[in-house]
Design a protein around this ligand. Structure first.
Ligand SMILES: [Zn+2]
Length: 134
């Protein structure tokens, strides 16, 4: 009796996973279309934001280095004291790394820049003395 109940119910329930698969496929197709369309590409914006997040983290580490040593550093390895995976950070868009650190050893306040190392640097931007370009 219980077997019969399961059997007849199975026919109706059987459609449900099929619908889920269909919805998943439509979702995946949407993402492919969004990538191909360019312009308001959500995935691309996410990568730009992730790259900028990396630069903010490094700029913060650079500031801590400045506070500790009275100078910025161009050696990303020196920032590993403050942020362990510093040298392993890559631009999420083209996988380039490590990030570029540039220091102007001017008299008085030293200036320090953290720059995206990738081909999309002009879009992703840079941070000078803790101030982002975007
Ligand atoms: Zn980047």
């Amino acid at each position: 009796m219980s077997g019969e109940g399961l059997g007849s119910g199975g026919g109706r329930v059987g459609l449900f996973p099929y619908l889920i698969v269909c919805l998943a496929l439509v979702g995946a197709l949407d993402q492919v279309l969004a990538r191909g369309a360019g312009g308001g590409d959500a995935a691309l914006i996410e990568e730009i934001e992730a790259c900028r997040e990396n630069m903010l983290t490094l700029a913060e580490a650079e500031e801590t280095h400045y506070a500790d040593h009275g100078s910025c550093t161009e050696m990303i390895g020196n920032l590993c004291d403050y942020f362990e995976p510093a040298w392993r950070l890559c631009c999420p868009e083209d996988g380039c790394g490590p990030y570029r650190l540039i220091v102007w050893p001017l008299p008085g306040r030293q200036h320090c820049m953290v720059r995206c190392p990738g081909a999309f640097q002009s879009v992703h931007g840079s941070i000078v003395d803790g101030i982002p370009s975007w």
